[in-house]
Design a protein around this ligand. Sequence first.
Ligand code: AMO
Length: 439
Amino acid sequence: MKLDELGNWRRTHLSNEATPKLAGAEVVVMGRVGDVRDLGGIKFFILSDISGSIQVTAPKAKTDKKVLGKIDSLTQESTVAVKGKVVAAEQAPRGVEVVPSEIRILNLAITPLPLDPRGRVKANLDTRLDARALDLRRSESLAIFKIRHQAIQSVRNHLISEGLIEVNTPKIVATATESGAALFPISYFEREAFLSQSPQLYKEVLTGCFERVFEVGPIYRAEEHDTPRHLNEAISIDIEVAYATAEDVTKILEDLIVKVFSQVKRTCAKELKVLERKLEVPRKPFPRITYDEALKKLEQAGVKVPWGEDLPTPAERKLGELVGGAYFVIDWPMAIKPFYTMPKRDDPKLADAFDLMYGEIELASGGTRVHQETLLVKQLKQKGLNPQSFESHLQNFRTGLPPHAGWGLGLDRLTMVLTGAENIRECVLFPRDRKRLTP
Ligand code: AMO
């Protein structure tokens, strides 16, 4: 079948703008085709666009044969443009329908589709991710990404209001920053380079130039494990602030989390309803639990973690059950924090660093950083790293880099807790994991 051209037609109204008040007006609506029905005297179909949907109803006796023929050839998810009159109709969803005078078929979907975006036939996550562009048409997916959009908007507004400026640092880099996470090597002309694990080193250096910076960008981690919270490409919201300590930046983080939760709750009520998510805005100040206290609580609950080790997933899960909501874990052992972390002045085996948890999910980590070259070189060596590989970074510490602190907050995980998604892949358009490089 030959498709129609868009030609000089332009959408005059979104589907949700067609209300009974508009009865009698001629409109052009465009969107995707849902159910097509033939009920004796009438043919009708649901047209969906980004705003919602509207019923297009063609009474056979009064409608041009060409228009009726086009309705017959429609398949679910095809895109069409409909010119017609708005008619108030009690029996139609939303009490209104469009009676078409002309239809242009812009593209025909080939059936059967790999999945049903109306969600009537349930598909597992892998099948959905294989047909992700279609899956993203589901109302639940749309709700998740509208909430994500609102979250990032609130993050930007808040950080800018705190006097931070947005920066973009290189994602092709020469060295590692996060000792625990593995690197993806890439070939860079005649040299080896890596995909950046974190903007850490650049954001620190920028405190010497712009004092207060933030970045929203991808981080790449060559983690081999397959978990509901880890991806190989994630989006991190990073901040770094001059003349500040861990305590100062936890306050920025706390304020930010409260703001994001409140704004999502206020502006995304419809989306939260689609997801059946009751969002509770955390109250400030969030509890602060020391690493030692966390270990004690865990031991009392029968989960033993040897001092000096990171909290494994079962321990995080238990701690989430015991504490719940948003809370900080502070005073971590230096041994498990990266080389750039400042030790606590009164107890140097502990780090002046924190993690922000939400239930069992680690949302962010951060702390005060080392700004003196001698200490940084010492800590690089303690971690078994070669200071010479960090020469281009170290030279910045000879130019009066100010004391500074910051954090990194995972946007995909933040979206998980806002939406209640159980798998991080639900919150990322095209997730990258060990098995998935397409779509
Ligand atoms: P960290 O490695 O803890 O710290 O990362 C910060 C936050 O980024 C998110 N995140 C991830 N999300 C999904 N998949 C992953 N594989 C993944 N890895 C990390 C988490 C995590 O809390 N440079 C420090 C931050 C700082 O100190 O400023 C860093 O990268 O939400």
